[in-house]
Design a protein around this ligand. Structure first.
Ligand code: PEP
Ligand code: MG
Length: 325
């Protein structure tokens, strides 16, 4: 198998029946770009930018961030690099923004909420990403969008940042694409509205599962309740892809589900267009995608969406994975 995995590194993600499924990588710092290249990922589907901010006294300035984003974008050109704006809070520790103790950090002051309340800090990041977009295929993704207003506010601030760069005479891609993470159930329910203001969606299954099943993703005592194949999760994914399809918005999955070989046929069958996973699993995911028939994946998903038990669905997925291996 090792040999076979090496063979797919230079080949595109495409199913046996010819449906293109780009496989991208999730990264946490600019240094990860070498691993992205080595694993054969077709771009970065999730650049988690938190690591630029944690364990230090001051947030990184525009220049430092610009250099980090630019390094990745130029190295991977012409592949896309989706930079996710700051997703601090929740499990990601803030050292310079010392927060008040929160009763429910995952329901608290995190990600886009924190950024919209700290517009100066947020603008620094947006300008840095914009500047990198002049040198590569850079896109912007907002985390933890719960409704249309947050998306509009973020995009308004982005327009202000574009104006500032224009005034400074600094180049950027005027048509930079922006997208929303779909990781809160309310975002799924208003996905039609979000789709009108987004070029793409990326489903963050880690948080989507946590929030829709009310299961803390870090709590081992209830880990058995954290079920990616829960019928509710499949329905939420399906609702997202259906709305997106009608609106012409592309959907990727960048949560851990996209890195689980067993779940790949199910995700593709549910209408997901792209996958983004950690570099070490990218070759395996691509290898698998190249052995899947989209027609069979759709049959699997149509069957699964009617089931009542997460275990039944998971067992069927495992059975198919054994046959495909
Ligand atoms: C997710 O929630 O699935 C996701 C990709 O974001 P993070 O794991 O960084 O919260
Ligand atoms: Mg998340």
């Amino acid at each position: 198998l090792e040999e076979k995995l090496r063979e797919v590194v230079d080949q595109p993600g495409v199913t046996l029946d010819g449906v293109r499924v780009p496989i991208l990588a999730n990264i946490e710092q600019a240094d990860d770009v070498d691993a992205v290249k080595a694993c054969g990922a077709e771009g970065v589907g999730l650049f988690r930018t938190e690591y630029l901010y944690i364990n230090r006294d001051h947030p990184p300035d525009e220049e430092e961030q610009f250099q980090a984003y630019r390094r990745v974008a130029t190295a991977l050109q012409p592949h896309p690099v989706i930079v996710r704006t700051l997703d601090l809070g929740g499990d990601k520790f803030l050292s310079h923004l010392v927060p008040q103790q929160e009763m429910n950090p995952f329901l608290g002051w995190r990600a886009i909420r924190l950024c919209l309340q700290q517009p100066e800090m947020f603008s620094v990041q947006l300008r840095a990403i914009l500047r990198a977009s002049a040198e590569g295929n850079v896109k912007i993704m907002y985390p933890m969008i719960s409704g249309l207003e947050e998306l509009c506010q973020a995009n308004e601030l982005l327009e202000t940042c574009k104006d500032q760069l224009r005034q400074r005479g600094v180049p950027f891609n005027e048509n930079i694409e922006t997208g929303a993470m779909i990781e809160i159930p309310s975002a799924v329910l208003v996905a039609d509205a979000l789709a009108r203001r987004s070029k793409f969606f990326s489903i963050g299954t880690n948080d989507l599962i946590q929030y829709s099943l009310a299961v803390d993703r870090m709590n081992e005592r209830i880990a058995h309740l954290y079920e990616p194949t829960h019928p509710a999760i499949l329905r939420l994914i399906r609702m997202t892809t259906e709305v997106a399809e009608r609106a012409g918005v592309r959907v990727s999955v960048c949560g851990e589900m996209a890195g689980d070989p067993v779940l790949i046929p199910l995700l593709l069958g549910l209408g997901v267009h792209e996958l983004s996973a950690a570099p070490p699993v990218v070759p395996k995911i691509k290898y698998l995608v190249r052995r899947i028939r989209m027609s069979e994946a759709r049959d699997l998903a149509s069957w699964a969406i009617q089931q009542e038990s997460a275990t039944t669905i998971l067992q069927r997925c495992e059975e198919l994975a054994r046959q495909a291996a």
